[in-house]
Design a protein around this ligand. Structure first.
Ligand code: NAI
Length: 341
């Protein structure tokens, strides 16, 4: 376990550094909704490895007693409990600091994320209604797709309940960042551990806009064609996995990793660790769109600051303009759904 923890730590501070041990970390309850699913199970395991978590609540409509019993045997800090079915949702949510939502159906080959809307919109709406009731102050990490619509749905549900706090609602776009870093490191031939690439916009197709002009370390060996190919591969990364899994779902393991990294950043922010900055799809005024993914500084209340886009290349400026109509309509679709039913 120690060697897994140290390699996770090296890979990017998933776990706290020495001197910030679980002895000094405050109690934090984290719930995973959809915990028995393809993402939920490995995500539950990774959250169990995180010493910032004191209580881990695993909720699903089925299968959680087994997952919880299994994960609970791992000898790390958190107490694990499994909750199954709607009548146990209240217990899963009460007292939560962070709620991670990977509940819903994943894509099959040929489907877009928007094709999931009809099923997942309803699931997200009902889960968010419960969050507003039982843990209105929790940070919500929305993984369920289409994120470009499910985050606006969550915002509307919280507004109606009178609990909306824009600092506490996050669309998880971290997998796009994880992919951009991996693909860039491979192409630029630099060690992946030190790579940083902001990814902005949204979380579907062309709305995913990696800013390779701001990638660090700088790579002087990449042509315009390389940047175009890297951008396309980042945008289509999810589809690459969907096709390779040939009908057995979408990204689960890399998503669990990305989700665990993002939740860890939220927990660090809550605990007052300074300068925690990650990309996320949040309420935003950096463009004319009401929600937008960009770098966000995390703090004790959730979003401390939505950071600007920084200087863009001409290619990225073009990408930004092309993504706006699609992102706008996905946001509006979510808002309309939340308000009509
Ligand atoms: P999955 O089908 O393996 O698991 C989903 C789980 O949600 C199942 O265990 C199911 O029982 C549960 N569930 C369904 N309705 C529920 C409800 N009302 N309350 C609680 N749990 C409920 O799917 P997978 O692969 O884990 O994907 C989950 C979601 O994550 C999908 O919407 C997928 O598109 C999305 N996703 C998002 C990514 C991102 O980057 N944000 C990346 C990959 C997937």
């Amino acid at each position: 376990l120690r060697s897994i923890q140290s390699s996770l730590r090296r890979s990017k501070n998933l776990l706290p550094r020495r001197g910030y041990s679980s002895d000094s970390a405050p109690e934090r309850k984290v719930a995973v909704l959809g915990a028995a699913g393809g993402i939920g199970q490995p995500l539950a395991l990774l959250m169990k490895l995180n010493p910032l978590v004191s209580n881990l609540a695993l909720y699903d409509i089925a299968g959680t007693p087994g997952v919880a019993a299994d994960v609970s045997h791992v000898n790390t800090r958190s107490e694990v409990a499994g909750y199954m079915g709607e009548d146990q949702l209240v217990k899963a949510l009460e007292g939560c600091d962070v709620v991670i939502i990977p509940a819903g159906v994943p894509r099959k080959p040929g489907m877009t994320r928007d094709d999931l809307f009809n099923i997942n919109a309803g699931i997200v709406k009902s889960l968010c209604t419960a969050i507003a009731k039982y843990c209105p102050h929790a940070l919500v990490n929305m993984i369920s797709n289409p994120v470009n619509s499910t985050v606006p749905i969550a915002a509307e549900v919280f507004k109606k309940a009178g609990t909306y706090d824009e600092k506490k609602l996050f669309g998880v776009t971290m997998l796009d960042v994880v992919r951009a870093k991996t693909f860039y490191a491979g192409k630029a031939n630099v060690p992946v551990e030190g790579v940083n690439v902001p990814v902005v916009g949204g979380h579907a197709g062309i709305t995913i806009l990696p800013l390779f002009s701001q990638a660090t370390p700088k790579a002087n060996n990449l042509s315009d064609e390389d940047i175009t190919a890297l951008t396309k591969r980042t945008q289509d990364g999810g589809t690459e996995v969907v096709e390779a899994k040939a009908g057995k779902g979408s990204a689960t393991l890399s998503m669990a990793y990305a989700g665990a990294m993002f939740a860890d950043a939220c927990l660090k922010g809550l605990n007052g660790v300074p300068d925690v900055v990650e990309c996320s799809f949040v309420q935003s005024s950096i463009t004319e769109l009401p929600f937008f993914a960009s770098k966000v500084r995390l703090g004790k209340n959730g979003v401390e600051e939505v950071l600007g886009l920084g200087p863009l290349s001409d290619y990225e400026k073009q990408g930004l303009e092309s993504l706006k109509p699609e992102l706008k309509s996905s946001i509006e679709k979510g808002i309309k759904f939340a308000n009509q039913s």
